[in-house]
Design a protein around this ligand. Sequence first.
Ligand SMILES: Nc1nc2c(ncn2[C@@H]2O[C@H](COP(=O)(O)OP(=O)(O)OP(=O)(O)O)[C@@H](O)[C@H]2O)c(=O)[nH]1
Ligand SMILES: [Mg+2]
Length: 207
Amino acid sequence: MKKYEFRDPIFVKTVLKSEHYPRLFSEDGRPMSEVAVAGRSNVGKSTLINHLFRHRKMARTSSTPGKTQALNFFTLDGSLAFTDLPGYGFAKVPEKIRKSWGPMIQSYLENRDHLKVILFLFDIRRMPNDDDRQLLEWIIHNEKSMILVLTKVDKVSKNERKANCQKILRSFGADNIVPTFYSATKNIGRQELIRLINEALQSEEEE
Ligand SMILES: Nc1nc2c(ncn2[C@@H]2O[C@H](COP(=O)(O)OP(=O)(O)OP(=O)(O)O)[C@@H](O)[C@H]2O)c(=O)[nH]1
Ligand SMILES: [Mg+2]
């Protein structure tokens, strides 16, 4: 079974509409499996992509929420596709863009055939809200495999980490969730996340 090494990141394109999604094939001519990174605005999606790819400026990040307002496609190892999704729930994003978030994500989750795994990023200091539950519902409805990544764990103590994790999982009320901790700032969780992604892809690709 193929193991993805997370090397040679390449930016493919920025897309607003489903008809512009790239069709990505690996060298052996097979459609690339795809991993998407989703979650609330400012949770650290683009930062995690850069950290995971060991590349400073692959995905654009910002301390102002609402930086990523379209879908950004990347590839790794010439054989795995990666998508940075726009974040939701930021009030200062213009109304028109805020309204387009739902349909944009929903249509991506429904129509992207080779989307295998979703990294659902969630700030370890927060509790789930209606938007987070909506996203989880769509992921479950579309039968995608999901990894819950609790981000910014450098902001809490080890004890808080564990306690917050339990509270978040209980609040989501889904028992099939696989959680993992991440901090791009303190370099925590990269190897473990790569292992979990490979594991999830393997079981998806065997089907
Ligand atoms: N302390 C800490 N800060 C982080 C971490 N990851 C990201 N940040 C900060 O969080 C802010 C938002 O990061 P982004 O990666 O742009 O967040 P995003 O989820 O892509 O946001 P949108 O594009 O608006 O959806 C930036 O100021 C980052 O420096 C982390 O692991 N620890
Ligand atoms: Mg972003």
